[in-house]
Design a protein around this ligand. Structure first.
Ligand SMILES: [Zn+2]
Length: 491
């Protein structure tokens, strides 16, 4: 049976989707969560392993303190309440890439609970609740392709087994695929700011599963949900949700029932497929991990970790807007990473006039980048370069026109401002009074009528003369000086 996934609009508006997201984030510790093996990505298969992460009988786990610190810092950045005592639990299931036959995770007593992320899409604000953040170990990797005998065998790489993860579970507060996308974007940004993960989706450092159901608009009870697993980009998650919501509406509209199941998204076809139904769903038989003590993160340790929290993106944007008079949009662009925001601020503060740096970024830099469809990370002109150019304009050494030309050259040559400024022989706008006076005399002689008009009281003619002098000086003259000299000569 084929699913068109395009129910009519009336059907769409009669139902509302309910979405919850589960995000796994790999923590940037040097070693694994319960042993001292390296977590480095890309090592030859099965070289970063030991008896503990291979699940050998008798090998005992020892908790990595750094993993706890990172998980706690991330949970704090997500506005969670940290539980002073949390419990590790065994999640039992059989899978070839899980040598112990269970994964050490946290179940009914997680590290942190009751957090939230603020969304501010399209000018409206919304809070998405975070149910919990817990610590767990990763499983290994099954490789189903890439070997000569891949059609009959699956290869296993256990380097990833025991790498520390946090799982961040949202409340089912997300109402649209766009909101899901926004939530993930904000979540990733916050995690990057805390520097506990690189959130590299290609290397699997950030993975997302989505739970989605529909219900008649206005009804309280939740419908039966489907879980979409292993989608490897935020864009694909949005697409998968759009497809899945439409599919569920169509099933219900045509008198069918939604079954609880796990589905996979095929990005090439733009549709989801059933992977396993509820009857095949796992019963994980969770029980407390007998080889690990309860995890205690007491108030003192919590305070130490709280001290390591950086200024988070939301607060940073609000402050940049207030302190430097930049727009909300520019604040968004300048805070894509904490590093860039830091560079901007350092440049703004080092420059003689911070506002001028902000203005140059807005008027000269972002516009040029946008025209080239490039992000600010790809800018040939660094924030230091912007600061240097701002100072040159501030001191009157170069004019606004010269700055524009120099910026154009920077983009043409993909070189930073100070380099191009040197290459161009450190141009200065002309402050050579005698040379300017000569130009002015010539222009006055060539335009006697305009001189007469000015002297008859039409003072606005000054603009005409300034324009002519600037043109004759090829934009090199200092406009203020030109104005002064002109006024003196014409009076
Ligand atoms: Zn190990």
């Amino acid at each position: 049976m084929s699913t068109t996934a395009h129910p009519p609009d009336a059907a769409r508006t009669a139902y509302e989707p309910v979405i919850g997201l589960e995000v796994h984030v790999q923590l940037l510790t040097a070693s694994k969560i319960f042993c001292s093996c390296s977590t480095r990505f890309g090592a030859p298969p099965n070289t970063n392993v030991c008896p503990v992460c291979l699940g050998m009988p008798g090998a005992l786990p020892v908790l990595n303190r750094k993993a706890v610190e990172f998980a706690t810092r991330a949970a704090m950045a997500l506005n969670c309440r940290i539980n002073e005592t949390s419990i590790f639990a065994r999640k039992n299931y059989f899978y070839p890439d899980l040598p112990k036959g269970y994964q050490i995770s946290q179940y009914d007593k997680p590290l942190a609970e009751h957090g939230f992320i603020d969304l501010s899409a399209n000018g409206s604000k919304k809070k998405i609740g975070i149910t919990r953040v817990h610590l767990e170990e990763d499983a290994g990797k099954s490789l189903h392709e890439g070997f000569p005998d891949s059609d009959e065998k699956t290869a296993i790489d256990l380097n990833r087994t025991g790498v520390p993860l946090i799982e961040i579970v949202s409340e089912p507060d997300i109402a649209t695929p766009d909101e899901a996308y926004e939530y993930l974007t904000r979540l990733k940004e916050i995690i990057l700011y805390t520097a506990v993960s690189d959130c590299n989706m290609e290397e699997g450092s950030l993975r997302c599963d989505a739970n989605v159901s529909i219900r008649p608009r206005g009804r309280k009870e939740l419908g039966t949900k489907a879980e979409i697993k292993n989608v490897n980009s935020f864009r694909f998650i949005r697409e998968a949700l759009v497809y899945e919501i439409a599919r569920q509406i169509e099933v219900v509209q045509s008198g069918g029932e939604i079954v609880q199941e796990t589905r996979l998204y095929n990005a090439h076809e733009g549709r989801t497929y059933s992977m396993r139904s509820k009857e095949q769903a796992h019963d994980y038989r969770y029980f407390p991990e007998p080889d690990l003590l309860p995890l205690v993160v007491d108030k003192k340790w919590q305070a130490e970790i709280a001290d390591t929290l950086p200024e988070l993106p939301e607060a940073l944007r609000a402050r940049l807007v207030k302190e430097y008079g930049i727009t909300e949009y520019d604040a968004q662009v300048l805070t894509v990473s904490g590093a860039l925001a830091g560079q901007f601020e350092a440049a703004a503060m080092a420059a003689k006039n911070p506002k001028r740096v902000a203005n140059l970024v807005q008027s000269e830099l972002l516009g040029r980048l946008k025209a080239r469809n490039a992000g600010v990370e790809q800018s040939p002109i660094s924030m230091k370069g912007v600061a240097a150019s701002a100072d040159l304009v501030e001191s009157g050494a170069i004019s606004g026109k010269m700055l524009k030309d120099l910026y154009d050259l920077c983009f043409e040559r993909t070189k930073d401002f100070p380099d191009v400024y040197e290459e161009e022989g450190r141009p200065q706008q002309s402050t050579d009074t005698s040379a300017l006076e000569k130009i002015i005399d010539e222009i006055m002689a060539a335009n006697p009528k305009q001189v007469e008009q000015y002297r008859a009281g039409k003072k606005t003619m000054i603009g005409f003369f300034v324009g002519q002098v600037m043109k004759a000086s090829k934009g090199q003259a200092n406009p203020q000086l030109v104005n002064e000299l002109l006024t003196r000569k014409l009076e």
